[in-house]
Design a protein around this ligand. Sequence first.
Ligand code: IPE
Ligand code: IPE
Ligand code: MG
Length: 234
Amino acid sequence: MNPTPVHVAIIMDGNGRWASQRGLKRSEGHKAGAESVRKALKAAMAAEVRVLTLYAFSTENWGRPQDEVQGLFELLSRYLESEADELLRRGVRLSAIGDIEAMPAPVRDGLAAAEATAMNEAITLNLALSYGSRAELARAARLLADEVRRGARTVESITPEAVEQKLWTNLLPDPDLLIRTGGDMRASNFLLWQCAYTELYFTPTLWPDFGEDDFAAALEEYGRRERRYGLCGA
Ligand code: IPE
Ligand code: IPE
Ligand code: MG
């Protein structure tokens, strides 16, 4: 029924449980999860998905033990460093959403190095880092209020489109499909505005176990959905 989704977003959840099930430390789960990122990107490219947004670190994740947070950032900067050339070569444009300024320097440097991928067009790999929808919407409200205060816009000009322009995702289409691994069925402060009409797909598979076949299965299920957008349908 549906063609390939243009934008797929993923809440990559279940790394910690994957590790505990094996008697390993949570950090081992995150390490294994990084491998799944490579697989998901490969599968998305094979399916000609144009944007892949990955929820890598939420505003709430700052509340985890410091060594876990630190470990996640190290993994992230290592991923960016080791993959930079490969991403460039394969036509991947790297981008990020969230409070990037809050990220430690090695992560910010890794992202800055990825600016070399700006002209790439095969796929956009969009990382959500220190991302929270509520922070994003509050920021949009502040930016709009400031423009009103400066006389740069009227109160009446604040439409959904105007709000959208102030979101971190302003240059991206809304996700067509949101996948959450790990079995929980909640949004966890991810793309709340953008997912107004996104198809949701939940799987019990833990993120480190999520492979190319699982990605293909999600796309297949998406293909069977009827998107009505509040209208009457077929
Ligand atoms: C997702 O896995 C990764 C991040 C949130 C960074 P979790 O670490 O949340 O794993 P579980 O949910 O505890 O199993
Ligand atoms: C969502 O997973 C955040 C990321 C995957 C980065 P969490 O594990 O943080 O979400 P909750 O706590 O289960 O809602
Ligand atoms: Mg979790």
